[in-house]
Design a protein around this ligand. Structure first.
Ligand code: IPE
Ligand code: IPE
Ligand code: MG
Length: 238
C-alpha cells in the first residue's frame, strides 16, 4: 500500500459541530481534542511517519478572548496529560508557530517536550500552534537577509534548499497528503511552501466526527492519485 509518509491535517469544524448540538463552541473544541488523540493512535498504527496538526492559526488570535482562553487551556491540559502518553509511547513531539505569543508556562512545557523526545526515531507528531505559513516564510527571509548583510552568505546562495533550511519545518519531509475537515476547501495560511506538491483532500466531516473510517477514506483517495511533480507519468510517451 502506497502510504503518505507525512500527513498534515487542518482540524476544522469544532464550532459547527457544537452549534449543531446546541452546545457552546468550547464543547466542540473539547470534543476535537478527544478526536485528536484517537486519530494519532490510528495514524501510528497505520505506519504514518509524520502527522502535522493545525491546532491554532496566527489569525485565530482574532477570535473572542474567551474562546482563545479555552483553546489555550485545552492545549495546557493536552500537553500535561495526553502528550505524556505520547512520550511514553516513544513518539517524537515538536511544535511550529510563533511561540513568543504563548504563555510562558506553555512555552516551557513545549520546549521540555521537544527536548525530551528529540532523539526518538519513530512516529513524529508536529503541533502547529499560533502558526501562520506567511509568518514562517517571512522569518526565513529575515534570517537569510541577516546572513547576507553580515557576509555569512551571498544572495546567490539563496535557493530552495537554503530557503527551506530556514523554515520551522526544516527537519521533516514535505507533506504528501493534506486533509481538511468541515467542508471548507481552502488552505487558511497552513504550510504554504511545504505543500507545493502535496495531494489535497477535503471532507465534509466535522473534525470532532473524524474517525478511522474517515481517515481510511482519505488514505484510499491518496492511493488513487498520480503524483507527477510537473513531469510525466513513468511509462508515458511524448
Ligand atoms: C477548528 O474549528 C479549531 C480552530 C480553528 C481552533 P473551528 O473553531 O474553526 O470551527 P468552525 O470552523 O467555526 O466550525
Ligand atoms: C484553520 O481554520 C485553522 C485551524 C484549523 C487551526 P479556521 O477556521 O481558522 O479557518 P478559516 O477562518 O475558516 O479560513
Ligand atoms: Mg473553522
Amino acid at each position: 500500500m502506497n502510504l503518505p509518509k507525512h500527513i498534515a491535517i487542518i482540524m476544522d469544524g469544532n464550532g459547527r459541530w457544537a452549534k449543531k448540538r446546541g452546545l457552546p463552541r468550547t464543547a466542540g473544541h473539547k470534543a476535537g481534542a478527544e478526536t485528536l488523540k484517537k486519530v494519532l493512535t490510528y495514524a501510528q498504527k497505520k505506519g504514518i511517519e509524520v502527522v502535522t496538526l493545525f491546532a491554532f492559526s496566527s489569525e485565530n488570535w482574532k477570535r473572542p478572548k474567551e474562546e482563545v482562553q479555552t483553546l489555550m487551556d485545552l492545549f495546557r491540559a493536552y500537553l500535561k496529560e495526553d502528550v505524556k502518553e505520547l512520550v511514553k509511547k516513544g513518539i517524537r513531539v515538536s511544535f511550529i508557530g510563533a511561540r513568543e505569543k504563548l504563555a510562558p508556562d506553555l512555552r516551557e512545557q513545549m520546549n521540555r517536550l521537544e527536548s525530551q523526545t528529540a532523539d526518538f526515531q519513530g512516529f513524529h507528531v508536529v503541533l502547529a500552534i499560533s502558526y501562520g505559513a506567511r509568518d514562517d516564510i517571512i522569518n526565513a527571509a529575515r534570517q537569510l537577509a541577516v546572513k547576507a548583510a553580515s557576509g555569512q552568505m551571498t544572495p546567490d546562495d539563496i535557493d530552495e534548499t537554503t530557503f527551506a533550511a530556514h523554515l520551522s519545518t526544516t527537519r521533516m519531509p514535505a507533506p504528501d497528503l493534506v486533509i481538511r475537515t468541515s467542508g471548507e476547501e481552502r488552505i487558511s495560511n497552513f504550510l504554504l511552501w511545504e505543500m507545493a506538491y502535496a495531494e489535497l483532500y477535503f471532507t465534509p466531516v466535522l473534525w470532532p466526527d473524524f474517525n478511522e473510517t474517515a481517515f481510511d477514506e482519505a488514505l484510499e483517495s491518496y492511493q488513487k492519485r498520480q503524483r507527477r511533480y510537473g513531469g510525466l507519468e513513468n511509462k508515458q510517451k511524448v
